[in-house]
Ligand binder design. Structure first.
Ligand code: FA5
Length: 400
């Protein structure tokens, strides 16, 4: 017969009105009087070695029955947590006889080791099964062909714009952006095109009404009217005033012309403007720069040429042509049998423009050029009508 815990000592261990006759196993979960871990001496007798075997068998059954990691954790706390069945039983044997201690101590320690191992094993298999059910429930077959989604893609004009910018950057140019709503001064006057100059007729302009609030300002007092810029040259003087030479600038953006449209003319299109200001740049450098640009964009050997022309803000002025990319200069419908494609205007920056930019024309010089981005896009992709580019027509766009 096992010694039982003396009543006095037991009452100091069992708190809050728990049944003083309960074994330590029962104390761990009050209210569960019929819990199987109570052992055979359910009436309150202290546990013996045989009870430990029963307790282990029962604990293993409960561990195996835990169906989720949460349930297992509850069971673990109940069995081997600080106030669990086994730790309490172990603590209680200090009050038992030497003989009981000798027999029960190793049995309870062994029981705890067995229960701990079983909990670990069950935790492992539960986490595996959680993972396995995740694999089943959330499996994705990355090889499964998906239905085609209607994703957009970059517009051909934008594609060429990025390419042009990259090429200029690789040649050491800085890319700047300019405003599309500008004033007469920057679009015309500072570029050596005074109000009375007949050259102003070259650009049919969208003039803008000044907003009411703007009329009060000092700017409104001047005759400096607002407009939609007609060319990207509107940034030249601003940049010269802002920076110190040497300058290598490229400015690509939208411009507006009040004119009727046809296969090669739009009212809204993009220009590529570029200029260099330093002490020694020549027209030869201009030709070399643009030659490199075109051979890179078109991916083929080309011939370029400069023809005399006229712009009020360059002196001398030239038109830039390249050999036709379609017929290689032999003559075809695209180049109107000339063998040449017109690309843009250019020249050496006029001394008056340098002066307006605050630069001494006796010290500084440089070239400037301006060309149509859409025209280059058309030549690159063989597009026969500029109006396709702004049409937003999917039959056209889906070909790129
Ligand atoms: C100018 O706009 C000058 N600012 C270019 C320049 C800059 C010359 C710097 C000298 C120094 P022009 O009006 O020729 O030039 O236009 C330049 C290019 O823009 C043309 O060669 C053409 O490629 C394109 N372009 C002109 N008008 C249209 C239009 N209505 N639709 C589409 N592209 C156009």
């Amino acid at each position: 017969m096992e010694n039982s815990i003396p009543d006095k000592k037991r009452s100091s261990k069992i708190k809050n009105g728990a049944d003083s006759a309960q074994s330590p196993a029962t104390q761990a979960h009050p209210g569960k009087r019929s819990a199987p871990v109570n052992g055979p001496n359910n009436g309150g007798a202290a546990i013996g070695v045989a009870d430990v075997d029963k307790l282990v068998a029962d604990a293993l059954a409960r561990i195996a029955a835990a169906g989720t990691p949460e349930q297992l954790e509850k069971t673990r706390l109940n069995l081997i947590g600080r106030k669990g069945v086994l730790p309490l039983a172990l603590r209680a044997i200090k009050d038992r006889s030497a003989e009981d201690k000798r027999r029960l101590g190793p049995a309870l320690n062994q029981a705890r080791t067995t229960v701990e191992a079983a909990v670990r094993q069950r935790a492992l298999s539960l986490s595996k099964s959680v993972f396995e059910s995740l694999v089943d429930d959330e499996a994705i077959d990355v090889t499964e062909p998906l239905p085609r989604t209607a994703l957009g893609h970059i517009h051909p004009t934008e594609h060429v714009r990025r390419e042009v910018e990259d090429i200029f950057r690789s040649m050491g140019f800085e890319v700047v952006r300019g405003q599309e709503i500008d004033d007469e001064e920057n679009n015309f006057d500072l570029l050596n095109i005074p109000a009375s100059h007949p050259a102003r007729d070259l650009w049919d302009t969208f003039w803008l009404k000044k907003p009411e609030a703007f009329k009060e300002s000092s700017v409104a007092a001047t005759k400096n009217r607002l407009l939609l810029r007609t060319h990207t040259s509107n940034m030249q003087v601003r940049v010269m005033r802002d920076r110190t030479p040497p300058l290598r600038i490229v400015n690509i953006g939208r411009v507006y012309r009040y004119e009727s449209t046809d296969k090669t003319h739009e009212t809204t299109f993009n220009q590529i403007e570029g200029f260099i200001v330093d002490e020694s740049t020549t027209l030869g450098d201009l030709r070399g720069t643009l030659h490199t640009l075109f051979e890179t964009i078109f991916g083929q050997k080309l011939v370029t040429r400069l023809r005399p022309s006229y712009f009020p803000f360059t002196e001398p002025s030239v038109e830039l042509d390249m050999s036709c990319t379609f017929c290689k200069g032999k003559g075809c419908a695209v180049c109107k049998n000339t063998g040449w494609l017109e690309i843009g205007g250019a020249g050496m920056i006029h001394p008056n423009v340098l002066k307006n930019g605050g630069l001494n024309p006796n010290k500084f010089q440089g070239f400037a050029f301006g060309m149509g981005l859409e025209r280059i896009t058309m030549f690159k992709y063989g597009i026969d009508d500029i109006r396709w580019l702004l049409s937003a027509d999917l039959r056209f766009l889906e070909q790129f």
